[in-house]
Design a protein around this ligand. Structure first.
Ligand code: NAD
Ligand code: 0WE
Length: 282
């Protein structure tokens, strides 16, 4: 009989014998997570942070710069006044080093890392892909893909009990999506980086996965011309005939961080109402 077997008095064996049994614990109790990419309450990073927090994780937040400091303080502050928030522009090695110095001062280990960061210069998302400048290509790949490698390298030595690294991708990594352009190429690099990192870090029981999300109305999506048409397109053509909601990205982010996903690494999990399976539209 398992340790969770019914004993007949409203108690399981585990809860009768321990105040902190595994059965009573939230799935991420005792875990420490780093969340990179909260800009505001609509951010996908915030949805996943809320799911991780509700599951019992203690979270640290990094933000891009002073412009977003207030937003992150207001949101993450609701998790407790002592929640650690550190600036980290991921295009700077020095800022990444400084951020991890601050994290090591507070925490002696890390279990979870969320990378929810992307940027390409606006003009690269407006003209044809063939017009992409050397500089726009460099910036898109630096901020949106290389940063996962850099953050993983900094985080891994703190993940001494294993860990889960999660990054956000999009369908434009594998198929041409008009105007997504160099961001699609950078997402392809992010997904390939996920596989190579998973291979490097697997022996340390650190898992690395991507969620490929359907379109969500966030700051990064706002101002993309034709974005509301894209939401309508998914509603019309995705198998589930609706768009994804941020809570669903939170739930999958929690699953991938939890023991339920203990043997899943190097994968891209689609949270897109099934859109990715379609080859022609009905
Ligand atoms: P968002 O604008 O809320 O988040 C993007 C984040 O990237 C912001 O917090 C911004 O500060 C950060 N960032 C950009 N450049 C940075 C830098 N140099 N250093 C540090 N941080 C930097 O938008 P979002 O939609 O939540 O985007 C989060 C992730 O989800 C991105 O990787 C995006 O590609 C991905 N994604 C978004 C959608 C969508 O439709 N919104 C769909 C699939 C995947
Ligand atoms: O990854 C993204 C968008 C990321 C993004 C957004 C911006 C807007 C502001 C990266 N760089 C910038 N640069 C800016 O100056 N998504 C998955 C959302 C998105 O963006 C699109 C999409 C979708 C979906 C752009 C064109 C077509 C589809």
């Amino acid at each position: 009989m398992g340790s969770g077997a019914w004993l007949g008095f409203g108690l399981t064996w585990a809860s009768a014998t321990s105040h902190h049994s595994k059965q009573d614990m939230k799935p991420l109790e005792g875990k420490v997570g780093l969340v990179a990419g909260v800009a505001n309450k609509r951010s996908i990073a915030w949805a996943i942070a809320q799911a991780w927090h509700e599951a019992g994780a203690e979270l640290v937040f990094t933000y891009q710069g002073d412009r977003l400091k207030g937003n992150v303080e207001q949101l993450a502050g609701t998790f407790g006044e002592d929640t650690l928030m550190v600036p980290c522009d991921v295009s700077s090695d020095e800022e990444i080093d400084r951020a991890f110095d601050a994290i090591r001062e507070r925490h002696d280990k890390l279990d979870l890392l969320l990378h929810s960061i992307a940027f390409a210069p606006k003009e690269a998302l407006e003209s044809d892909f063939i017009q992409t400048s050397r500089e726009a290509f460099r910036v898109a790949h630096d901020v949106s893909a290389y940063s996962l490698v850099a953050l993983s390298r900094a985080a891994a030595p703190m993940m001494s009990q294993g860990g889960s690294i999660l990054a956000m991708s999009y369908y434009g990594a594998e198929k041409v999506v008009p105007h997504y352009n160099v961001m699609g190429v950078a997402k392809a690099s992010l997904e390939a980086s996920t596989r190579y990192l998973a291979a490097d870090l697997g022996p340390k029981q650190i898992r690395v996965n991507c969620i490929s999300a359907g379109p969500v109305n966030t700051l990064a999506a706002r101002g993309i011309s034709g974005f509301s048409a894209m939401l309508k397109h998914y509603e019309a053509h995705a198998p589930l005939k609706r768009n994804v909601v941020p809570e669903e990205l939170g739930a999958t982010g929690l699953f991938l961080a939890s023991d339920g996903a203990a043997a899943i690494t190097g994968q891209v999990i689609y949270v897109d109402s099934g859109y990715q399976i379609m080859g022609m539209y009905q």
